[in-house]
Design a protein around this ligand. Structure first.
Ligand code: PRP
Length: 205
């Protein structure tokens, strides 16, 4: 049985459609509900519905053999997994944003609010810029508005959230899109199956 970590939510719907087109569907999953594990023994697949930010952790530890995760999450978690394919969808970028017209004071540590502390630290280390990290879990855009931080490091997709909150991008840190990943040991044992899925996905993206 191949264990597939499926991110819950919008990305997950798209990813499931892709697996389904490859003959790995699971009718029970399509009915919805609150179940988190769905099996299709005939196709030899078991789906695990997990938080998008946790997909790489399940795959790294072998609780799932394969999964689909945003590159942003891979950069943040630095999970030790094989990144097999860029699926192209879920495209966005990790960026630094601040209030419109904000001026940086280089004599002070920069206060950075983010859901991505490792990404933010690596970025500012590369610039030799001293920072103070403020880890938040959502609604990051509030931080500069309330004076909690100078800037944010966050995902920008359409740019609407920044715009509607009077913020603007001041630097791009990295691009991101959905990636098909595999556990390293699973890839040795299930190479043919995983390669077949990967090839099928490549044809459909
Ligand atoms: C993400 C991200 C931004 C927003 C960017 O938040 O943190 O707030 O999407 O998208 P946009 O550029 O298309 O406006 P999410 O919706 O995940 O909610 P969150 O605030 O709970 O993190």
């Amino acid at each position: 049985m191949l264990n597939i970590a499926l991110p819950k939510g919008r990305l997950g719907d798209k990813v499931y459609q892709l697996f389904s087109q490859l003959g790995c569907g699971c009718p029970e999953l399509e009915q919805g509900g609150r179940k988190l594990v769905f099996e299709n023994p005939e196709e030899g697949v078991r789906y695990l519905l997990v938080k998008p930010g946790d997909v790489a952790i399940y795959v790294e530890h072998g609780a799932a053999d394969v999964g689909v995760v945003g590159k942003d999450v891979l950069l943040e978690t630095r999970a030790d997994v094989y990144e097999l394919l860029d699926l192209g969808f879920g495209a966005c970028r990790l960026a630094v944003a601040a209030k419109k017209g904000w001026q940086e004071d280089l004599s002070l540590p920069l206060r950075v609010a983010t859901k991505y502390p490792n990404v933010a630290k690596a970025y500012y280390d590369s610039l030799s810029r001293r920072i103070e990290l403020i880890k938040l879990n959502g609604s990051i855009e509030l931080a500069p508005i309330l004076g909690l931080s100078d800037v944010i490091v966050d995902i920008v997709e359409t740019g609407t959230t920044l715009k509607e909150n009077g913020l603007e991008v001041i630097a791009t840190v990295a691009g991101s899109s959905a990636r098909f990943i595999a556990n390293k040991a699973s890839y040795q044992f299930e190479k043919d199956t995983i390669d077949r899925i990967c090839a099928g996905m490549r044809e459909r993206i």
